[in-house]
Design a binder for this molecule. Sequence first.
Ligand code: SF4
Length: 212
Amino acid sequence: MLPETYPDTELDLFVGLLHAPLVALGPGSRVGLWLTGCQRACPGCLAPEFWARDPARREPVAQVAARIIQAAQAIDTRAVTISGGEPLASPLALRSLLESLRQGGLEDILIYSGLTAPALLAAYPWVQSLSAALVAGPFDQNRPAREIYRGSANQELTLFDQALAPLYQTWAKQTQRQAQTLVAAGRLWLLGIPGLGDYERLVATTARLAAP
Ligand code: SF4
């Protein structure tokens, strides 16, 4: 199933969060970008805060690309992870962003999508040449997975850039899940692929510790 469409131009993205360094979603130290917009409402979705789009978070693609490239330079990486929400909910804007990031020297672009890989690549074949790897498939809370790269067993990792195969193969074999805490925009975030209920437990624990 393709994502429902939103107004989409190559000019604008709706950014939920941009953070670096990100060490819990992809191999090594990376820039993380979460795009908003997803109408699938998978039960148990780990990122419901990115379903809706906030007009106040609309940003020109060129500005988002510049922020990512600057953040990558600051942490000395050429790696970025793009998740959401559904990054392919704005395909024109995503394609424009990927082209800018490639031109900016980012070689290792990992995309997380709720589309299956065959559906995604049939509709958006340019993803294969503009990204290094893809983790595809909607989260299914009834098919738990242990691997570091996915939240459920139906989600598949596809590597496009074979030069990065050793890096991704080593990463994908890991079964020790990582999660990274972040306080930004007035709230607590748990980045990566936490277990079901981990975020709620973290918030409750933090509130208890902060109580007088
Ligand atoms: S496709 Fe991804 S972001 Fe969208 S509801 Fe499902 S798990 Fe959440």
